[in-house]
Design a protein around this ligand. Structure first.
Ligand SMILES: [Zn+2]
Length: 69
């Protein structure tokens, strides 16, 4: 039996520019998507300040409707 490679290719992840908040600490690589950021914009891992930036991230299936602008 052979597994069809075409089935795998259909699952290519769609990438998109996403607003994220990234931790300012050099020793921490914590970041969050804008949609899930904490109300005080502090890093969930170390509590440092985070700043907004744009990263190319895989589309999340459950957010599909929200990204469909
Ligand atoms: Zn941090």
């Amino acid at each position: 039996m052979y597994f069809a490679k075409k089935g795998m290719e259909e699952q290519v992840t769609q990438m998109m520019d996403t607003n994220v908040y990234a931790c300012q600490s050099d020793s921490c690589n914590g970041w969050m998507r804008e949609d899930f950021v904490t109300s005080d914009y502090n890093c969930p891992m170390c509590g440092n300040e985070m700043s907004q930036e744009v990263r190319e991230l895989p589309k999340i299936k459950k957010d599909f409707q929200f990204y469909n602008r």
